[in-house]
Design a protein around this ligand. Structure first.
Ligand SMILES: O=P(O)(O)OC[C@H]1O[C@H](OP(=O)(O)OP(=O)(O)O)[C@H](O)[C@@H]1O
Ligand SMILES: O=c1cc[nH]c(=O)[nH]1
Ligand SMILES: [Mg+2]
Length: 211
């Protein structure tokens, strides 16, 4: 069994419930998209657990009191396309977050990532960066994304995925030992097309109906 203090498996009844919907081949596009959004709420809550907060004073209708607000800016980075399926849920919890985008697809023959888009905020070192991508298979896409974010200055990075596979987790933690991974579940293996088994199929296709 994989063990690392950087790997956080969010084994919550709600994430189990959402994964049950996502994994089922009979789940239709609309329910799949909804379950992915809701799973993002659970995973992002956990990934935000260590964010720093600062005390501020407010007045309730009855009395002044001290409250706490997240004290550092957050940058969410969905990896297109499938990462978009988690963005809305993440923004529901972090509505002030800045959003950067990385576009990657896996070449069908080689399973290697091909970058086609990037739009990131300047001074990424100022932010807590949270990468959103439902699937972590070989780890090639996430490893390339993290290298790009670090080139742009990112220093404090967490990654949120619905389903990870053992080889992908090992690869990312080896390439980027300073990054935290928050995942719904870790599956054992990949098939000969580098799909996660049992996984949930192609997340982008199931979110957007391009089967
Ligand atoms: O760990 P890896 O082996 O690199 O695979 C994971 C990547 O594959 C999927 O994207 P895909 O290439 O299907 O693009 P899409 O989101 O546009 O469908 C997924 O969303 C990850 O980005
Ligand atoms: O199983 C997998 C692997 C890569 N991308 C997906 O969407 N699913
Ligand atoms: Mg895809």
């Amino acid at each position: 069994m994989l063990k690392s203090e950087r790997l956080h498996v969010v084994d919550h009844p709600l994430s189990r419930q959402k994964l049950a919907v996502l994994r089922d081949e009979n789940t239709r596009q609309r329910e799949f998209r909804q379950a992915m959004r809701e799973l993002a709420l659970v995973l992002v809550s956990e990934a935000a657990r260590r964010m720093p907060t600062e005390a501020v004073r407010v007045n309730t209708p009855l009395a002044p009191t001290e409250v706490h607000r997240i004290s550092e800016p957050v940058c969410l980075v969905p990896v297109l396309r499938a990462g978009l399926g988690m963005l809305d849920g993440a923004l529901a919890l972090l509505p002030e977050a800045t959003v950067g985008f990385i576009g990657l697809f896996r070449d069908e023959e080689t399973a290697l990532p091909v970058e086609y888009y990037a739009n990131l905020p300047r001074e990424l070192e100022r932010y807590r960066v949270m990468v959103l991508d439902p699937m972590l298979a070989t780890g090639g896409s996430l490893s390339a994304t993290l290298a790009k974010l670090k080139d742009h200055g990112a220093r404090r990075i967490s990654c949120v995925s619905a389903v990870a596979a053992v080889p992908g987790v090992e690869r990312v933690l080896r390439d980027h030992p300073d990054v935290d991974l928050y995942v719904g579940v870790v599956d054992p293996e990949l098939d000969d097309r580098a799909f996660i088994v049992p996984g949930l199929g192609d997340a982008g296709d199931r979110l957007y109906g391009t089967l």
